[in-house]
Design a protein around this ligand. Structure first.
Ligand SMILES: [Zn+2]
Length: 110
């Protein structure tokens, strides 16, 4: 969440990364993307996804966080993901663990 403004919600909203409901007053990342002066939209990201983004080298394409993780696991970055797990929020940790398990389980499906 390093370069981003953190807003508190006044109403419930939805995380742009995986559709989790962000409840009112829960902190989240609030980014207004602009290109050449045109607004491309407002992207809201929950603390769980933010903790993943902060930890890894995830490109700032909104809505592609979990695709990036999946790709990283396929490309053999799973170990470095595991090393970062303790810094994640509990929910984020669960999500990354689940993806690692699925991917690693799938590879050894004989
Ligand atoms: Zn999220």
């Amino acid at each position: 969440m390093s370069n981003c403004v953190i807003n508190n919600n006044t109403e419930t909203t939805v995380c742009c990364e995986y559709g989790r409901i962000i409840s009112a007053e829960e902190q989240h990342e609030h980014v207004i993307e602009e290109y050449g002066g045109d607004s491309l939209g407002v992207f809201k990201t929950c603390v769980d996804c933010c903790s993943i983004k902060d930890l890894y080298w995830i490109p700032p394409d909104h809505g592609e966080l979990y695709d990036s993780i999946r790709r990283a696991i396929i490309e053999g970055e799973g170990d470095s993901l595991v090393n970062g797990l303790p810094s994640l929020t509990p929910t984020a940790m669960d999500k990354v663990c689940e993806m690692l398990k699925k991917s690693w389980g799938g590879e050894h499906d004989e």
